[in-house]
Design a protein around this ligand. Sequence first.
Ligand SMILES: Nc1nc2c(c(=O)[nH]1)N[C@@H](CN(C=O)c1ccc(C(=O)N[C@@H](CCC(=O)O)C(=O)O)cc1)CN2
Length: 364
Amino acid sequence: MASMIFSDCSSSTTARLLPLRCQKLRHSFNSLPFFHRVSLPLTSSRPSLPTLYLQAHSSSTFVSAKMATESTAKVIDGKHVAKQIREEIGVEIARMKEAIGIVPGLAVILVGDRKDSATYVRNKKKACEAVGINSLEVCLPENSTEQEVLNSITKFNEDPSVHGILVQLPLPSHMNEEKILNAVGIEKDVDGFHPLNIGRLAMRGRDPLFVPCTPKGCIELLHRYGIQIKGKKAVVIGRSNIVGMPAALLLQREDATVTIVHSRTNNPEGIIKEADIIISAVGQANMVRGSWIKPGAVIIDVGINPVEDSESPRGYRLVGDVCYEEVAKVASAITPVPGGVGPMTIAMLLSNTLSSAKRIHNFD
Ligand SMILES: Nc1nc2c(c(=O)[nH]1)N[C@@H](CN(C=O)c1ccc(C(=O)N[C@@H](CCC(=O)O)C(=O)O)cc1)CN2
């Protein structure tokens, strides 16, 4: 798990990546008299309900206290869409098995003992089992050598029952990530991180064999909710190889006009305020504030940030990069965290593995 922070929409940690003027903005926002923060339930269906009412019994009368939790945005329910996609994939896998006797295979390599990575790998395995993908797993200790990881990759590259290979990230710091990702055969690179796949994604008139799962999931959500991308102004916050950069390339391929905002960008909130579509992938809890959002914008929140919560059995809860309760009042649609982009990542991995098996066996 990434290092825990103590944060709600007003905490000082939200300003870590931001210039001073954002911090001033934050303070002025929080001093607004009508704003009362309310803890939202941690369900995938956070309120798209227009208004919550508190009823308090006061002597002989009921008093309705309207709370400032009005949320006008439609909730983009990634958990629900991912389930639908998994069902579609299951049907396709059964059809392929019936027609040509082939079952797709996914090999996952996990190095080290990060709890979050182990959970993601376990969830990938469960998801494979549920749709009928054969899953293979290699777990290597933290102090493994690069060569041991490369040996596992070579073995899976040569195994005809394996159609997809992924190395769970991040790798231990002593390993050269580039060298390891380059070793995955491009035709089995279901994470889409091989430089040839990324290079093709960046070029007009070329197509990658695979698109990285999280950005692909973001675009799939926009499509499935009927949100037009063509001609829109899109801002991607963050420029990581896994999410920000490929998300920007994908939006551009969908004919959006794309700006990437990062830690060295001048006036980030001014740029973000112009966007019709925002994809945030910075890993800073509650960083994007309601006042930065153009009314009616669509928000895809990729951040999964643990914040301390003594009421949760785990001692923490997950929040996005976006201050949900503020932004949901301004946006037209928004993904929750959890239950937004996260489940789509695994659904897209299954989809990439199925396409790989279909391509290798020439099955349509
Ligand atoms: N090789 C890769 N490594 C990593 C990737 C990746 O795509 N390929 N992405 C992330 C981790 N990740 C998958 O590997 C992943 C992250 C989050 C979720 C998810 O479903 N999150 C849930 C919350 C889960 C929880 O409660 O803990 C959600 O957002 O609703 C799935 C997959 C980094 N590494």
